[in-house]
Design a protein around this ligand. Structure first.
Ligand code: ZN
Length: 466
């Protein structure tokens, strides 16, 4: 009886599993990356838009990539206007588990500041990267969240200078002095101060970080602050001769904050130590737990370790109305689904031609009729996955794309970006002679994300290259 019910359940499970594998409407299997993230994924919002570090668009993209590659997170970006106060900056923080700041610029609108305070007070996570701790010197609650900050006129009025002394004691120096300084960039050792904390558990006690700025003399309220790791600011490197906080956590009402002063430039963020702390710290800020493992390429005390992101910096993430996953490579804009109401925005952006890989049934509106009415030249090349376009059609796409210019941009879209990314990788390698790895990094930035999809594209390219 028991065995029979097991068998019945087994058959039932099997048939359900098979039903799940079948296309529901003829194209449901087209893009395996189109599935919404499972609820288990942590929802991250990166805030940026202004920073005295001009490299910020790249570092945002890098951090986004590292978070996505871990498959533990889904990531959105909220960006302010590039200059001046942005009265319209009002992301809905409540949709996220954790906010990561790569922002160091003008004050946010008051309503946005209040909403952010509410978000963290109620248990939202917050991750502070490098110069994000330079931001908002006048915003009291922000400074309570970050614990310590630098520059922006910070001094003893903002709180003590916090450091470790040679006896491994945390010192809070109330003496007069300005907050925030660093010597020339160099590689330096990061030393764990609490190996029991979930973020630090299992990390080597000392490891060599790639070239970075070593922030010293940070000041702030430092309430409910724990320093998890420090680095020695060597006097011969323009430092204070003290052990300065590099990795910190702060409790702010119900919210958890992870703060690292590391991450000045792209080469600093390629450090596997930085990446590991970023992932584990973000997970901890969101959930209070850490499940992300320490990777085998983690640095040790003799050897720094770098890992470039898999996605390409040739392909930039952009914002384009309600368009899904828009990215840009020179004058080509890649995307998932588009919103017919964005026609005017497309024209203003310089888009004149649209290539659509969508099958008719994917839209509940008529793209062809819409393009004609709105004056876009539309090429419809319905395509499945694995990419099933004949060679002549790929040739045709290649030719259309080659005509892109600033006044005549081309929007190349599918449903989520996966098929477009796959086609791009094929065209870049077979038609333009780009190296396979670079093409796949670009494709990943465009939307070719899942391992089976990447594998199938890689295999196809290798086969055709023979
Ligand atoms: Zn910096």
């Amino acid at each position: 009886m028991r065995e029979k019910s097991f068998l019945v359940r087994f058959v039932l499970c099997l048939s359900l599993a098979l039903a799940g594998m079948l296309p529901q409407n003829g194209f449901a299997q087209v893009e395996t990356d189109a599935r919404p993230a499972t609820p288990a994924k942590i929802r991250v919002l990166i805030v940026d838009g202004q920073n005295n570090h001009a490299i910020w668009p790249k570092t945002t993209e890098m951090m986004r990539s590292y978070l996505l590659e871990s498959e533990r997170f889904q990531v959105d970006v909220a960006r302010t206007e590039p200059k001046g106060p942005d009265p319209n900056f009002a992301p809905d923080f409540s949709k996220y588990d954790v906010v990561l700041s790569n922002y160091n610029g003008e004050a946010w609108p008051e309503a946005t500041r209040n909403a952010f305070e509410e978000f963290v007070k109620k248990g939202g996570g917050f991750v502070v990267i490098h110069a994000a701790n330079n931001a908002f010197p006048e915003w009291r609650e922000y400074n309570r969240m970050i614990g310590l900050g630098g520059w922006g006129g910070r001094s003893e009025k903002d709180g003590p200078y916090v450091y470790y002394d040679e006896q491994k004691r945390l010192q809070r120096d109330e003496a007069k002095g300005s907050g925030g300084s660093h010597g020339p960039q160099h590689e330096f050792i990061v030393q764990t101060r609490n190996s029991e904390h979930p973020i630090m558990a299992g990390l080597p006690e000392r490891w060599l970080h790639t070239q970075d700025e070593l922030y010293d003399r940070l000041r702030g309220p430092g309430e409910n602050l724990e320093v998890l790791a420090t680095s020695f600011a060597a006097p011969d490197q323009g430092g204070t001769g003290r052990h300065e906080p590099m990795v910190m956590v702060v409790n702010y009402e119900q919210g958890r904050i992870f703060h690292t002063t590391l991450g000045h430039a792209d080469y600093s963020q390629e450090c596997v130590g930085f990446i590991t702390l970023l992932l584990r710290g973000t997970e901890w800020a969101a959930t209070g737990k850490v499940t992300i493992p320490i990777p085998p390429d983690f640095p040790n005390s003799e050897r720094a370790s770098r890992r470039p992101p898999k996605v390409s910096s040739n392909v930039k993430r952009i914002f384009l109305g309600n368009t899904i996953n828009p990215t840009q490579f020179e004058n080509i804009i890649f995307a998932g689904a588009i919103d017919p109401n964005d026609a005017e925005l497309f024209r203003q952006t310089g888009i004149r031609t649209i290539i659509s890989l969508c099958k008719q049934a994917e839209n509940d509106w008529d793209e062809s009729e819409w393009a004609q009415r709105e004056g876009f030249s539309l090429h419809q090349l319905p395509c499945g996955f694995p990419i099933d376009l004949p060679a002549e059609q790929l040739e045709q796409i290649s030719e259309i794309l080659s005509k892109a210019s600033p006044d005549h941009q081309i929007l190349f879209h599918c449903g989520q970006g996966g098929r477009v990314g796959a086609c791009w990788a094929i065209l870049r390698t077979l038609h333009q002679g780009a190296p396979l790895d670079e093409a796949l990094r670009e494709a990943a930035a465009i939307g070719l994300r899942t391992e089976p999809m990447i594998k199938s594209v890689r295999e196809r390219i290798l086969k055709e290259q023979q």
